[in-house]
Design a protein around this ligand. Structure first.
Ligand code: GTP
Ligand code: MG
Length: 200
């Protein structure tokens, strides 16, 4: 898929106000600071389509972007951000959960995992929740430039091994770096398949 156009559409706190669900949609989620907004910019070949920050908790809204005038890409707030009050945390949590469970055009979710870390409880719990809800997803390991390919491979293998305890079949996974664009072609090709089959 060639990315011809990518434009910001709208930010919302309420899924009910999101654009009419008349196009296939792909959303990006993961722990705060895992690199969601950076990955979106890397995939779309745009410097600052989505807002990036070194401080966790940058993305606080449901952000819709229109890609090639044929599908929506959504940047979501991260989960597990420690430095906000409990009240805010649960507000973000319910905003995101309501969005995820009420969006009929959501074709697939990209769940981002930090490739530097060993399996994190919060990621595993979130993935189990997706399973309960029957939401389709792929795994995208981020920040692969930060360590050796061997280290990345062993962290990825460990994560998949832990998932296998609860899952018979594992979702597709990709290893990426927003810094050096590793993994871009594979992710974009897979997105193309998803969007094409959602349109059909
Ligand atoms: P929230 O919106 O707060 O949930 O964060 P996010 O998941 O959108 O992360 P964001 O893209 O804002 O990136 C967080 C930090 O990680 C920034 O300082 C990025 O520059 C850095 N970062 C993201 N991806 C990569 C990567 O692939 N490699 C390296 N080296 N740094 C990255
Ligand atoms: Mg962000």
């Amino acid at each position: 898929m060639k990315i011809k156009t990518s434009e910001f559409v709208v930010s919302n706190t309420d899924y009910k106000k999101c654009p009419k669900p008349d196009l296939p949609e792909l959303a990006f989620i993961g722990r705060s600071n895992v690199g969601k907004s950076s990955l979106i910019n890397m995939l779309m070949q745009r410097k600052s389509l989505a807002k990036v920050s070194g401080r966790p908790g940058k993305t606080q809204l449901i952000n819709h972007f229109l890609i090639n005038k044929e599908w929506y890409l959504v940047d979501l707030p991260g989960y597990g951000f420690a430095k906000v009050s409990k009240k805010l945390k649960s507000k973000w949590g319910s905003m995101t959960q309501d969005y995820l469970t009420n969006r009929p055009n959501l074709a697939c979710l990209c769940v981002l995992i930090d490739s530097r870390l060993e399996p994190q409880k919060i990621d595993l719990e979130f993935i189990d929740w997706l399973g309960e809800k029957g939401l389709p997803f792929m795994l995208i390991f981020t920040k692969a430039d930060k360590q050796s390919p061997n280290k990345t491979a062993s962290n990825v293998a460990r994560f998949r091994k832990v998932l296998k305890k609860n899952w018979d079949e594992l979702p597709p996974h990709f290893v990426t770096s927003s810094l050096n664009t590793a993994g871009r072609d594979d992710v974009i090709n897979f997105i193309e398949e998803i969007i094409d089959s959602a349109k059909a």
